[in-house]
Design a protein around this ligand. Structure first.
Ligand SMILES: NC(=O)c1ccc[n+]([C@@H]2O[C@H](COP(=O)([O-])OP(=O)(O)OC[C@H]3O[C@@H](n4cnc5c(N)ncnc54)[C@H](OP(=O)(O)O)[C@@H]3O)[C@@H](O)[C@H]2O)c1
Length: 290
């Protein structure tokens, strides 16, 4: 499938050796409820992915754990053979259990098996970007990470991973990975109401490393705040538009991967992210805290 390249809000960013649209797409919402099993409407899920690429999105975020396998399978079915400029980022470091939980799985053998599964399900010989997924469902955990990261570095040296990143990590863990090998991105939870990574974002920006917020719209709990509603009402747009436009404005190294299972929402989000925010809007939005 080939992609067109219309201008998307935010322009582009270079991830390692590849220029991608800053407005990307996160595939997690394509699986069934709580990211388990197939989507309710298989064809609609394929249509969302095709619409993303036709809209000019060249960065798609996924993980073998979404489904599990379901989202990678959908990406392959919808988009393979991939357009040359399509960059697919995936993850390793966790698995799914029978209850739908997300236990960590970061022993060398477990990581190697996850990389093999990603290669197989996505139908590629080389993965563009693998984020080492750390911590747990409650967020980053200050734990030892060197052995796990070194395993991915080894796989990168074998030529089956092009770029490395880290996810759900503390600022110290990010630094630790950087002392082992270069990373191109950090993928942590961050949005208008959850801004504990502000200092990390600024440091990464100064080093040319992307920061990719997950849950940019609040994830399973949509962002809600009086200040956000007030700005959205004044500008006559949806709060989601304000939240996405604010992230693009926050720092040039922020790449968006909002998730949606709906092509209509994807269109709304692309249009909404192009919103211009005034200094007064930004000041008001800066008041938001959890
Ligand atoms: N590294 C990690 O540990 C990690 C963790 C979580 C997620 N991620 C990645 O980050 C991506 C983004 O996170 P996310 O998808 O969980 O959360 P999100 O982007 O913050 O929010 C997605 C939710 O917002 C809804 N939504 C999107 N656009 C909308 C619109 N215009 N109007 C109304 N509702 C709208 C979606 O529902 P509809 O489907 O109905 O549109 C969905 O419920 C994921 O897809 C995944 O790739 C990574």
């Amino acid at each position: 499938m080939s992609s067109t390249t219309p201008d998307l809000p935010g322009g582009t960013w270079t991830l390692g050796d590849t220029t991608v649209s800053r407005f990307g797409y996160g595939g997690m919402q394509l699986a069934g409820p709580w990211v388990v099993g197939p989507p309710k409407d298989h064809d609609a899920a394929l249509a969302v992915l095709r619409h993303a690429v036709e809209s000019g999105i060249t960065h798609i975020d996924t993980a073998e754990t979404y489904g599990p396998r379901v989202v990678n399978d959908l990406i392959r079915e919808a988009l393979h053979p991939y357009a040359k400029d399509l960059f697919i980022a995936t993850k390793a470091g966790g698995r799914r259990d029978a209850q739908g939980g997300w236990p960590s799985a970061r022993k060398p053998d477990e990581l190697r098996a996850q990389i093999d599964d990603n290669l197989e399900t996505l139908g590629v010989d080389v993965l563009d970007l693998v984020h080492l997924r750390l911590g747990d469902a409650n967020g980053p955990v200050p734990e030892q990470i060197s052995e796990a990261f070194e395993t991915l570095v080894d796989l990168q040296q074998q030529g089956i991973i092009r770029h490395l990143g880290v996810s759900n990590a503390t600022a110290e863990q990010v630094q630790q990975t950087q002392s082992i090998a270069p990373i191109v991105s950090v993928q942590n939870m961050y949005n208008l109401a959850n801004r504990w990574d502000d200092a990390l974002i600024d440091r990464l920006a100064s080093e040319g490393i992307a920061y990719i917020p997950f849950f940019p719209l609040g994830g399973f709990t949509p962002l809600q705040s009086d200040a956000l509603s007030a700005v959205a009402t004044r500008l006559r747009v949806a709060p989601m538009s304000v939240a996405l436009a604010w992230l693009l404005h926050r720092s040039p190294n922020i790449l968006l991967i909002p998730g949606t299972s709906s092509a209509a929402h994807l269109r709304e989000n692309i249009i909404g992210a192009a919103l211009t925010l005034s200094d007064a809007d930004l000041q008001e939005l800066d008041q938001i805290t959890v």
